[in-house]
Design a protein. Structure first.
Length: 296
């Protein structure tokens, strides 16, 4: 099922891209065209490369590169000719973890441009199935689901012996470990049978990220301090710490400095990452001197 809600077209410095606002499918078809500054037309006629970023525009957000299909996190292809400014793309067999916002980047010769102000949202629907014996075809039991997610739909099918129900909804990380119950109610007795329950598991990129400093308050010269990084993701998230110059400091959710001095002042980044994506958060450290005034 494919749903295109509206068209998003943004123009900045002669660069523009036209994308659907959102699509819902297991096999995603994304119509896409772009324009660029005319001085790059010659570059585009060489060997252009189309790149898709997910949930951000940094290099580690890359999930698709038209020149390295075997290494892509999401399999697919650019269906049309990039030299004709057509970036229409097909993604094959996306799953719940692939839901998110996607940004397009074009590379050719000296051209390196990411269309940051226009993106397409890919929403993957989850399906749950429930069935019950229907001993009397003229009075089949009723199947009901609980809870009912927002924008969900239900479809029931019946044959001579069984009745089944399919619950479809757009999955998000909020559905992770959410319990769903399917209950069959017989018309003859109006009594519900023992319900069937299942636990819904979602895979998703890190989100809800935060960085804290312990102990709280000003960081004093010569004291010990710890930076803590927290994030929610499934499967488990790996953490890496960096300084603002890109130097990698440590791996793990905590970074401890046993004796601070002015060389530790600056911006610190924590990157949370799993196979479905990554997210950054930062904290600014300033080291304070603890001056003591005495009378001689």
């Amino acid at each position: 099922m494919l749903s295109i809600q509206s068209v998003n077209c943004v123009v900045i410095d002669i660069f523009s891209i036209t994308l659907p606002e959102s699509v819902e499918s297991v096999r995603v078809f994304m119509p896409c065209t772009f324009t660029l500054n005319s001085r790059f037309d010659t570059d585009l006629q060489g060997d252009p490369k189309g790149i898709w970023h997910k949930d951000g525009t940094k290099e580690y957000h890359t999930v698709f590169d038209s020149t390295t299909p075997e290494n892509n996190k999401i399999k697919g292809k650019i269906r049309e000719d990039l030299r004709m400014k057509n970036c229409t793309t097909i993604f094959n067999s996306v799953n719940e973890a692939d839901s998110g916002r996607y940004y397009f980047k074009i590379e050719a010769g000296e051209l390196r441009y990411t269309y940051r102000t226009a993106s397409v949202s890919i929403n993957v629907r989850g399906d749950l199935f429930c069935s019950a014996v229907s001993p009397c075809p003229t009075e089949p039991p009723t199947l009901t689901w609980s809870p009912l997610p927002t924008n969900s739909s239900q479809e029931q099918n019946q044959n001579i012996r069984f009745i089944s129900s399919q619950l479809s909804f757009i999955t998000t990380y909020l559905h992770h470990k959410l319990g769903f119950i399917c209950t069959a109610t017989c018309w003859r007795t109006m009594a519900p049978k023992k319900p069937s329950a299942l636990l819904f598991y979602m895979f998703y990129a890190p989100r809800n990220m935060s960085v804290s400093v312990s102990p709280s308050g000003p960081v004093m010269w010569g004291r010990s301090m710890t930076l803590n990084c927290n994030s929610d993701g499934n499967p488990a998230v790996n953490y890496t710490w960096y300084k603002e110059n890109g130097e990698q400091m440590e791996t793990g959710p905590s970074l401890t400095i046993t004796e601070t001095n002015d060389t530790y002042s600056g911006l610190y980044y924590c990157r949370a990452q799993n196979q479905h994506g990554a997210q950054d958060s930062s904290v600014q450290l300033g080291i304070h001197c603890d001056y003591k005034v005495g009378i001689l």
